[in-house]
Design a protein around this ligand. Structure first.
Ligand code: CA
Length: 380
């Protein structure tokens, strides 16, 4: 269907994303930097001052996948620096403020954080665009936007006034719409529905009459089990089965809202500037490698756990929302996005950047992955 506007209702302009290469570390440069770092970190160089950083994560102790990212990052920082950069990771069990990681890093109570930036959309509305957007980009598309489409520069623009630096911190891949006690057959079924769902998707759900709430990970199962909530959106098979939702909710709806949810590392800017240049490079390399490994692990766990769900819980119904529900969600999304863009010039800049980059990336995704999946349909 030809149209002068895209899914967000914005003009189809600016087909070429900014990419001056200034923020991009290509693989060759990264390997060169790592080689340099390893040389510097060899015993002959490992006599420098040891820097100790503290990181607060939104996740409980020993949380799989999301918690792997800061753990791996800290281990990489230690080994790549020859022991000169030590990072202690505090879980939510210790700091007791899983949804306040941004505040703690901004205030300098912690040097670093690991979380999801839509958790603080109430305090920093423009941060939510860097996690994921409903009807937005898939993970590879979003990575390309961050590193080649101007995403990192926009993220810096949002966080700089708060003295905080933000870096991609791992990606869950496409997420599921969640576990529902009751079937969703029409838009009216969303009215009064108490659902745990964060971010922009929560505002869209509220537009359609649902009652969204954000509840920390540790309380989700109990909230659904005791009917404090009627539905819960969490992640996808990678993590949902471990939470046990399949035992108490028979409908598992597919995603529309978080097609590639990115986690974030936060660094207190003064902490970062106080590090010697080689340790800044170590820290950035460690965050980037840990983010990549986390994405790969999420993909693997999603595949394995979906297979387990089909085998062990065959009665769970996996399905998309009906087409008219999806259309109502899309229309509410467009209205809210237009309001956001009108509210703030920086919001408009980010929304237009996301929209224009998604358009060119999506064409390639359809031509490559889309046609390939059609081609091999039925092979398995
Ligand atoms: Ca989610």
């Amino acid at each position: 269907m030809a149209s002068d506007t895209d899914i967000d209702g914005f003009p189809k302009t600016c087909p070429t994303p900014p990419d001056d290469g200034s923020n991009v570390m290509h693989l060759r440069d990264m390997l060169l930097s790592l080689w340099t770092i390893v040389m510097l970190a060899s015993p002959a160089f490992a006599t420098g001052e040891v820097y100790h950083l503290r990181l607060a994560q939104s996740w409980p102790t020993n949380a799989p996948l999301m918690g792997d990212a800061p753990r791996q990052m800290a281990a990489l920082a230690d080994s790549l620096s020859g022991g000169r950069l030590k990072i202690t990771v505090d879980s939510a069990n210790k700091h007791k403020a899983p949804l306040a990681v941004f505040d703690m890093v901004k205030a300098g109570h912690y040097d670093m954080g690991h979380s999801a930036s839509y958790y603080w959309k109430g305090k920093l509305p423009n941060a939510q665009y860097f996690t994921t957007m409903p009807f937005g980009m898939t993970t590879p598309e979003q990575f390309a936007w961050f590193y080649h489409g101007g995403g990192l520069q926009l993220m810096e623009k949002v966080y700089a006034p708060h003295g905080v630096l933000s870096f991609p911190g791992g990606n869950s891949g496409g997420q599921m719409a969640g576990w529902f006690r009751k079937e969703i057959n029409a838009v009216d079924d969303l009215k009064g529905l108490k659902i745990r769902i964060p971010g922009f998707a929560a505002e869209i759900m509220a537009e359609l009459g649902a009652v969204p709430t954000n509840i920390a990970q540790g309380d989700l199962y109990t909230a659904l089990d005791r009917k404090t909530i009627d539905a819960v959106e969490w992640v996808g098979p990678s993590l949902d089965l471990r939470m046990g939702f399949q035992k108490i909710a028979p409908y598992y709806y597919t995603g529309w809202h978080e097609p590639g949810a990115d986690l974030q590392f936060l660094v207190h800017e003064k902490t970062y500037r106080a590090l010697p240049p080689d340790l800044q490079a170590v820290l950035e390399a460690a965050m980037r490698l840990a983010a990549f490994d986390t994405y790969v692990s999420f993909y693997h766990e999603s595949a394995v756990e979906l297979a387990r769900l089909r085998t062990e819980f065959p009665n769970v119904q996996i399905r998309p929302f009906p087409a008219d529900v999806v259309q109502a969600l899309r229309e509410a999304y467009r209205r809210l996005l237009a309001q956001q863009a009108a509210r703030d010039p920086l919001a408009r800049e980010i929304i237009e950047s996301l929209g224009s980059y998604r358009r060119i990336a999506r064409d390639w995704t359809r031509v490559s992955d889309g046609t390939f999946l059609d081609l091999v349909a039925g092979d398995d």
